[in-house]
Design a protein around this ligand. Structure first.
Ligand code: ADP
Length: 353
């Protein structure tokens, strides 16, 4: 069942449009991430869902009920901010209890909910500390516990890990995923970090310039993106122009490849560096379909990343780090995986959506 339903939300700041009609849904218990570059409208959308910013058009439903006319405190939503936004003059316990008191939750229930939230967020023993006596990671855990304790219908996260150093971010990311598995709270998470989105999400909503570009599971969007923007934003890729005839296509240098979905005429495909096999020529066993030469190689440990030139095209090719390295200048043969997906021509426009 769809828990959150965002329908045709728009936002104008004066004459400039920050959100074109945006529609998406989050199912009950699902963890959905909005991913996009800075300025694409992620926070604007999240703030509208929370009720701290007003939309210019469109509707929002939560658990079947229209919520966009309601003030934030009546929406049954809790939000975790990038800046933690803890009450600085209140202890951890009081931070957690504040919202419950406002809501009129009786004291015994309040205490048991606080204890449970402290427990699942690894904060037991820190209840009487003030926020300034906590590390950044602990403060972010308190912010999370304060959201969870409300048992909301929806949890919103606005880049909650981006103020933390890389190692702590990694730890908290794992904790968040484990926590989500345990409590199953319907969650909408905003980030510009594609690794974070890939690692955490059931589904990702890719946004650019105030529009939803594409929605899918991390695997779908990585393996078979429909949009060039998605392909380029989620990891590295090679965008190649091909001439397609059904499931067969010809690369710019004439080499034949198989497509995962049929296409006709000129088309664009996204080819991940690891979807290309690289084989040294000259041993007599490998025939190159086209003259290709290694331009450069970077050894990355788990893999080696090559730049290979074929005619006018420069390709990024990744090879498992265990394989012997091929030196720059060496002639190579390239092989292509069978699940190359043709891209759609352009973003779906609101008229077409
Ligand atoms: P993101 O969260 O993806 O970085 P935002 O939602 O913060 O992007 O911003 C989307 C667009 O709206 C940007 O172009 C930004 O400059 C603009 N914007 C955000 N807030 C305001 C505001 N209060 N007044 C005018 N423009 C704004």
């Amino acid at each position: 069942m769809s828990m959150l339903e965002i329908s045709n939300i728009t936002k104008d700041y004066g004459p400039s449009r920050a959100l074109h009609p945006v529609s998406l849904s989050v199912h009950e218990g699902e963890f959905v991430t909005i991913l996009g570059p800075s300025g694409c409208g992620k926070s604007t959308l999240l703030r509208i869902v929370m009720g701290i910013s007003e939309q210019s058009g469109g509707q929002i439903r939560l658990a079947g009920k229209r919520i966009d006319p309601l003030p934030p405190e009546r929406r049954d939503i809790a939000m975790v901010f990038q800046s933690y936004a803890l009450f600085p003059h209140m202890s951890v316990e009081k931070n957690l209890g504040f919202g419950l008191r406002m809501k009129g939750v009786p004291k015994p229930e309040r205490q048991s909910r606080i204890n449970h939230a402290l427990d699942i967020c690894n904060l037991t023993g820190l209840e009487s500390r003030m926020p300034r006596q906590l590390s950044g990671g602990q403060q972010q855990r308190v912010a999370l516990a304060r959201a969870i304790v409300m048992q909301p219908n929806l949890l919103l996260f606005d880049e909650p890990l981006s103020n933390l150093d890389a190692k702590l971010r990694d730890t908290l990311r794992h904790e968040l995923v484990a926590l989500h598995r345990r409590i199953g709270a319907t969650s909408l998470y905003v980030t510009h970090d594609q690794t974070e989105a890939m690692a955490m999400s059931d589904r990702i909503v890719v946004m650019n310039a105030g529009r939803v570009v594409e929605i899918g599971t991390p695997l779908e969007l990585y393996r078979s993106p429909r949009q060039a923007f998605t392909a380029g934003f989620l990891g590295q890729t090679n965008l190649l122009s091909v001439t397609a005839e059904g499931r067969q296509a010809r690369l710019p240098w004439g080499q034949a490849v198989h497509l995962a979905a049929p296409a006709m005429g000129p088309a664009q495909i996204s080819v991940r560096p690891e979807s290309i096999g690289i084989h040294a020529c000259g041993s007599g066993t490998v025939d190159a379909a086209a003259p290709a030469t290694v331009a450069s190689v970077s050894f990355m440990g788990a893999s080696a990343l090559y730049t290979v030139s074929v005619g006018d095209t420069l390709l990024k090719v990744s090879q498992s780090g265990g394989d012997p390295l091929i030196a720059p200048g060496q002639a190579v043969a390239l092989t292509f995986s069978d699940h190359l997906s043709p891209l759609a021509d352009q973003y779906p426009t609101e008229e077409a959506a």
